[in-house]
Design a protein around this ligand. Structure first.
Ligand code: 16G
Ligand code: MG
Length: 562
């Protein structure tokens, strides 16, 4: 068996045998636990860390196959379970452009991870390498990182064991403990042939962002102090590094920064807690830091790729959430205004579009469409939003949960760089649009970069949190997690807004929704947990609650539970 036309068959066969021996030795060290079925889901593999060592070893193999298939382009591997509790961990692959792994390879990851024995792993690996036409003599380049979970270092060893099976043909770059978006940035920057995206290091990331932020803030600083809940995760470390680079233009008060206190990660804090509970983390509540009128805060999630903002209503003291939808609306409107100010020639006109999911609050969609901003709706999961956003000149995408970014197309950058400004104002708008394209992570949603984006827009508008919030009022909504015997019978369609199966269920849901003023509800199987999710919104909180309960009953009936 030879994978390399350039070498003599015997030498290649010998090398191949060595490789398979090395893989077999590693596989024996990291056997797959029995009775566990793994799936490479929306955000890679994610489960209890104790179940993951064999998966990490096999992901190591797949990352190398992918890099060799792409002639040595650098592939990323991130070990994290984001907002999940501390005993969980996970792993996902990053493609050379800095985007999520090509979906056609997800099935290969699943297949490798589920091989029950060393023999079946060797056989599946060999079949994959042949079918995917991987030239094993090609070099491979991998960059990898992990979050602050205590299980990280052991899992990284298993991953490295996978890489090592291939001997010297694999070059690796261990970024250590870092955020998911920084890993995506480094992958993108490493593969960038033009050399303009940025230096492929953490330092390069911090410098690029600090420079763009300073340009955009100009003489508006120092800004009002901002409280940042770091979810006791890796965002705390990234924020510390970044503020050391930035200086005092933006005074940041980090909260929930206990990265080494056992059990603290994502515990009663972080973006997921705030968005799900629609409340302040108790630690922030009791500290009283938000009680001073006009004070704003934000929460990162456990791997710092999600962000939500919030503040307390000045007179009522009630909690006010500024989630991904609010960020998308404010940013899209602001960039739209900048484009108008830029006064680009007719043939270089740029359009801002927004990508949302079915979870976007109906009020946000209405706000945008009534102002002629194109809005598309796609299924949940960053890869869907990212690809849809690439279809706009400037594509703003955010999930309501705070995961999102803004993509500038190559044409948009070209148009801006070659524009002939008609006035100092238009020159300034063009300069600012280009600085935004540097400030905003072009690979993936990034809490730190998004935070700077929000701060910049607020500073330019001269707004506090309340003015930002005033744009539209969220419809009351409710999200319910329904445990069902078999979630695979639920098949969603139309960007997850309708159920295709079980048959007839959608009609019953539609009949129910009609009874509620401004009612909307949908049902979708989760991509990360063994459950079905029900979302409902309506004119009042009571109606939203009642609608959610009614649709939950329909789901239970449809799953044969009642
Ligand atoms: C994953 C997705 C996130 C999505 C969530 C939905 C990525 C990187 N992350 O965490 O975007 O909102 O899944 O979870 O794509 P669900 O399918 O369990 O509702
Ligand atoms: Mg995350």
């Amino acid at each position: 068996m030879s994978f390399s036309p350039n070498k003599s068959p015997t030498k290649a066969a010998h090398e191949h045998a060595l490789l398979l021996n090395a893989i077999a030795a590693g596989a024996n060290e990291y056997p797959k636990p029995e009775h566990v079925n793994y799936t490479y889901g929306t955000a890679g593999f994610r489960t209890l860390a104790t179940k993951l060592p064999s998966v990490l070893f096999r992901v190591g193999l797949l990352a190398v196959l992918r890099s060799k298939r792409l002639e040595g382009a650098t592939i990323g591997v991130m070990v994290t379970a984001s907002h999940n509790p501390e005993p969980d961990n996970g792993v996902k692959l990053v493609d050379p452009s800095g985007e999520m792994l090509d979906p056609t390879w997800e099935a290969h990851a699943t297949a490798l991870s589920n091989c029950p024995s060393t023999e079946s792993l060797i056989s599946t690996f060999t079949t994959l390498a042949t079918h995917l036409r991987v030239d094993l003599s090609q070099p491979a380049n991998i960059v990898y990182a992990y979050d602050t979970r205590p299980s990280g270092p052991e899992l990284i060893k298993a991953l490295e064991r996978g890489f090592e099976s291939f001997g010297e043909s694999v070059k690796t770059n261990n970024l250590g403990v870092t955020t998911t978006p920084i890993l995506h940035y480094v992958v993108k920057a490493t593969n960038d042939k033009t050399g303009t995206y940025g230096e492929p290091t953490k330092k390069g990331y911090n410098e690029k962002m600090a420079k763009a932020f300073r340009t955009l803030i100009g003489n508006r600083g120092p800004l009002a102090p901002l409280y940042v809940d770091c979810a006791n995760g890796v965002g705390a470390l990234a924020l510390q590094d970044f503020t050391a680079t930035l200086g005092d233009v933006l005074p940041i008060n980090p909260l929930n920064t206990s990265t080494s206190t056992q059990g603290s990660l994502n515990h009663s804090c972080g973006a997921d807690f705030v968005k799900t509970k629609q409340a302040l983390p108790p630690s922030i509540q009791s500290s009283g830091v938000l009680s001073k009128a006009g004070t704003r805060a934000c929460s990162f999630d456990g791997d710092a790729d999600r962000i939500v903002y919030y503040y307390l209503h000045e007179s009522k003291g009630t909690f006010r959430l500024l989630d991904g939808d609010k960020i998308a609306v404010m940013v899209a409107m602001f960039l739209g205004d900048l484009i108008v100010k830029a006064k680009l020639d007719e043939e270089h006109k740029l359009e801002v579009g927004v990508v949302q999911t079915a979870y976007a609050n109906g009020s946000s969609t209405k706000y945008l469409t009534s102002r002629n901003i194109p809005v598309s709706c796609v299924p949940t999961g960053v890869k869907h939003l990212h690809h849809a956003a690439q279809r706009y000149d400037i594509g703003v995408y955010f999930e309501a949960n705070g995961h999102g970014t803004v993509l500038f197309s190559d044409q948009a950058i070209k148009a801006l760089k070659s524009a002939n400004p008609q006035s100092p104002d238009s020159a300034n708008a063009i300069k600012n649009l280009l600085a935004f394209s540097e400030l905003i992570n072009q690979a993936v949603g990034d809490a730190l970069s998004d935070m700077l984006l929000v701060e910049t827009v607020l500073a330019h508008r001269g707004w506090g949190a309340a003015e930002w919030d005033a744009g539209y009022e969220d419809l009351p909504n409710r999200l319910v997690k329904v445990e069902v015997p078999d979630r695979s019978i639920f098949v969603a369609t139309d960007a997850e807004r309708k159920l295709q199966h079980p048959q007839g269920l959608q009609d019953t849901i539609d009949e129910t929704v009609k009874k509620y003023d401004m009612g909307r509800s949908f049902v979708r199987p989760s991509g990360t947990e063994d459950c079905v999710r029900v979302y409902a919104e309506a004119k009042t909180a009571t109606e939203a609650e009642n609608l959610a309960v009614a649709v939950t009953d329909i789901v239970k009936f449809g799953s044969g539970q009642v």
